[in-house]
Ligand binder design. Structure first.
Ligand code: SAH
Length: 480
């Protein structure tokens, strides 16, 4: 983050615009909207600025900017210079630097102490977008995306909520209780009604809830959300996962969870990392489970983020068992598991009419004392075989399958960092699998897939190549 986004109060404060043209007028619009006392210094005003003047929204100080002229205007809180005369812009900049007034020279980030973000407005709800001056076009694109996604009804909803802020404060003394009041209200039907313009009904819901909640002593109720965060790409989280993550007080996450996902939690939420720091240091599972319990018992909302799906090789059930035993509320949110994520992003299906009618998700990590993988059954199943945590035991997997009659020429793939920007797919055969992994020094997380379905990938790759060839101009075709 190169700029700190803040919302500055400029109501009734003097602000200065240097320049009388179209760009200057657009900047003046913003100052006027935020209630500033705007002075414009310019030798002449264009149409838009004249309009502002005629409405009494600005004070015009006639002339070219000079330091001496500054004696005639009240010391401004903020200054914007938007003239097409660079010498003037630089003089404004130098003056402001010297006297310590934040300045913005329009469209020249290097001469800006502050920048004006793109704005999406829904009444009092204001969303600011900035790329830190890197790409105004991209910022505009993001702004228009937000414009289409955030219903205009949020303006009314925000007003309504604002009207009751004090009343709720008066009736529910405990700050945690108030937070819970608003969270439950805003996550429920109230917001839908308010946004859809059904203000009267929304208000009734709010009043009813307030009457009820203010009568009971607030007691923090802890809860654990066991959230499947998917295999890597943050967009593969579900809406529910995101919603619960954003209402958590604490986030407990491990190594497989991408930083971007953890960053989606509320800023004030506590973050606890329980993954491996290196090969030897990792919080034991029993300790993690105890931690979740302890946090929930303190009345906290705990988001337990797990890579992929929490109930697939995620030891989610062990965590839930202890919570259930202690009567702690919990919710399990399924996630996209590595197998489906990797298949989708690496262009092959897990089942296919011609190649496989079933899939086996197998852990390659054999626990001491647990039963061995039943290679005989796997070998005869016709399943697409997906091995999680299979790198270490790949030799065993390869030999186990081949010993029970699986052909060494059966296609096999290794997908490293599936669905992430650094995803790497290597296709080989079962017979070459262990050797390939050793040779390429493949590191976790990686998924091993064995089965005929990988032929589909081959076919898709060829089709894509042919299509790309067709699009190329004739003289370049030979190069590919
Ligand atoms: N609960 C997780 C699996 C946890 S076990 C899920 O449903 O996906 C950890 C193993 O999952 C890793 O060793 C690796 O085999 C696999 N895995 C998880 N994320 C992966 C990714 N992005 N790419 C490849 N394999 C992944």
């Amino acid at each position: 983050m190169d700029y700190l986004p803040i919302f500055q109060k400029i109501h009734n404060q003097p602000c200065l615009i240097v320049g009388g043209g179209t760009v200057a007028a657009r900047k003046a619009d913003l100052f006027i909207k935020a209630g500033a006392k705007v002075t414009v210094i310019a030798p002449a005003l264009k149409q838009e600025m004249k309009h502002h003047l005629s409405r009494g929204w600005i004070t015009w100080v006639w002339g070219e900017f000079t330091e001496a002229l500054m004696q005639e205007v009240p010391r401004p809180l903020l200054v914007i210079s938007a003239t097409d005369n660079q010498a003037v812009n630089l003089a404004v900049y130098a003056y402001c630097q010297q006297v310590g007034i934040p300045v913005n020279v329009a469209d020249q980030t290097e001469y800006c102490d502050f920048i004006l973000p793109g704005i999406v407005e829904r009444g009092p709800m204001t969303i600011a977008v900035s790329t830190g001056g890197r790409s105004p076009v991209l910022a505009r694109l993001m702004k228009s995306r937000l414009e289409t996604q955030i219903p205009h009804g949020f303006a009314k909803a925000t007003e309504l909520v604002g009207q009751y802020r004090q009343a709720v404060k008066d009736k529910i003394a405990d700050p945690e209780g108030r937070k819970q009041f608003w969270e439950t209200l805003l996550n429920g039907v109230f917001l839908d009604k308010a946004v859809q313009g059904d203000g009267a009904e929304a208000e009734q819901i709010l009043q009813n809830k307030l009457a009820l909640d203010s009568q009971v002593e607030y007691q923090a109720q802890g809860e654990v959300y066991l959230i499947g965060a998917g295999p890597g790409d943050p967009e593969l989280m579900t809406f529910k996962a995101l919603r619960l993550l954003q209402q958590a007080d604490v986030v407990v996450y491990d190594r497989l969870v991408a930083d971007e996902i953890v960053d989606m939690a509320r800023r004030e939420a506590e973050r606890i990392y329980v993954g491996k720091r290196d090969r030897w240091h990792r919080m034991p599972q029993t300790k993690i489970t105890q931690l979740l319990l302890a946090l929930a018992q303190q009345g906290k909302k705990v988001a337990r983020l797990k890579g992929g799906d929490p109930y697939l090789f995620g030891r989610g059930a062990e965590e839930v068992e202890l919570l259930a035993e202690h009567g702690i509320a919990y919710q399990v949110v399924p996630g996209i598991t590595a197998a489906t994520g990797c298949a989708a992003y690496a262009d092959f299906p897990l089942t296919h009419r011609d190649y496989a009618h079933s899939v086996a998700l197998v852990t390659g990590h054999e626990q001491a004392g647990a039963e061995e993988i039943d290679y005989a059954r796997l070998a005869n199943s016709g399943d697409t075989m997906v091995f999680y945590m299979g790198l270490k035991n790949v030799q065993k997997i390869q030999q186990g399958l081949m010993a029970h009659g699986v052909s060494p020429s059966l296609p096999a793939a290794i997908i490293e960092n599936g669905t992430r920007p650094n995803q790497k797919v290597t296709v080989t055969t079962l017979g070459e699998l262990a050797q390939t992994i050793a040779h390429l020094q493949i590191r976790p997380p990686a998924l091993l897939v064995v089965g005929e379905v990988l032929k589909v990938r081959q076919k898709i790759t060829e089709l894509k190549r042919a299509a790309a060839q067709k699009k190329l101009p004739a003289e370049l075709k030979v190069a590919i």
